[in-house]
Design a binder for this molecule. Structure first.
Ligand code: RIB
Ligand code: CA
Length: 307
């Protein structure tokens, strides 16, 4: 049976791939896509999401959400995603967002759900946290929370913190405390999934659909990361979606994860205790390895199914 999911995102060049993977995969039923400010402002992430779903001929409702974190100021990351969030690739404009704010819609869907729903978070955790903290009883309707977030070692927005976790650390802390299983695709995992020019070229041979072409064009704008000898760029967000579709491509370890919520230079750090040194409760599952060849094959196969 397809897994019912809500996808919360901040497109974002990698979010774009994750959205298309989710829409193209029969293993998932996407009940709604909710949008936050993140990589770029909500005034761009929302139209980006609408354009991507329209390109895929999807009728999945798209809802606007938070344009800032629970605490602190909104800070974007245009260096990776461009000022518009999609690397300057202009897509035909999509439709209008479906009425209803993200946190309210997430709560309504959970309240009405016949079976527990999986929450996928590939941006700042604000929308998911607002939903669960304003109606905590709804956590019984949450099957699990699958996030691209965090790192057990070096961050990517500060030396200490990964961008999504850093963008709203209190939001992530709320998810970690909600009592439902949380699965992390961290930077160490996504570093194993490098989008390279060769992999993009292989995708292009899989078909000629507008979605496949757009994703290849968007991914071609992402700077090759000097952290990986400029061989490629880590493909972050699709890892979270792909784990739900093909868990056998991954290995994982249960760990305790805590947030650094302080004001200092390590704010937003995910303290991932992989060796159980703290003895703290194992409140999360951290993905450790991914079969990158299998992942990119899955992505190429599914992107080719889209219009
Ligand atoms: O650190 C990578 C994460 O931050 C990805 O989700 C990317 O889209 C940005 O949101
Ligand atoms: Ca994202």
């Amino acid at each position: 049976m397809p897994i019912p999911v809500i996808l919360d995102c901040d497109p974002g060049t990698d979010d774009a791939v994750a959205i298309m993977l989710a829409l193209a995969s029969p293993e998932l039923t996407v009940l709604a896509i909710t949008v936050a400010g993140g990589n770029v402002g909500l005034n761009s992430t929302l139209p980006n999401t609408l354009a991507l779903t329209a390109l895929a001929n999807s009728t999945v409702p798209v809802h606007a959400g938070a344009d800032r974190p629970l605490i602190g100021q909104f800070v974007s990351e245009p260096r990776v995603h461009g000022a518009d969030g999609l690397g300057g690739v202009v897509l035909p404009p999509g439709g209008s967002p479906t009425p209803g704010l993200a946190a309210d819609v997430i709560r309504r869907i959970l309240r009405d759900a016949a079976e527990p729903v999986t929450l996928i978070g590939i941006g700042p955790a604000t929308n998911l946290a607002l939903a669960l903290t304003t109606e905590p009883t709804l956590t019984t309707k949450v099957k699990q929370i699958v996030l691209m977030s965090g790192a057990w070692a070096e961050g990517n927005v500060t030396p200490a913190a990964e961008f999504n976790a850093w963008s709203d650390p209190e939001g992530l802390a709320i998810l970690l405390a909600c009592g439902r299983p949380v699965v992390f695709a961290t930077l160490e995992l996504t570093a194993q999934a490098l989008t390279t020019p060769a992999r993009i070229a292989t995708w292009r041979t899989r078909g000629n659909g507008r979605c496949l072409r757009a994703i290849c064009d968007i991914q071609s704008t992402v700077p090759l990361s000097p952290r990986f000898s400029s061989l490629g760029a880590p493909l972050h967000d699709p890892c979270a979606v792909a784990w739900l579709i093909r868990p056998e491509l991954f290995t994982a370890r249960d760990c305790s994860v805590r947030m650094d919520l302080g004001p200092g230079p390590s704010r937003g750090r995910t303290l991932i205790d992989r060796w159980n040194r703290t003895g703290d409760p194992l409140n999360a599952t951290v993905l450790e390895t991914v079969d990158a060849v299998g992942l990119f094959e899955l992505l190429g196969e599914r992107l080719a199914l889209l219009p």
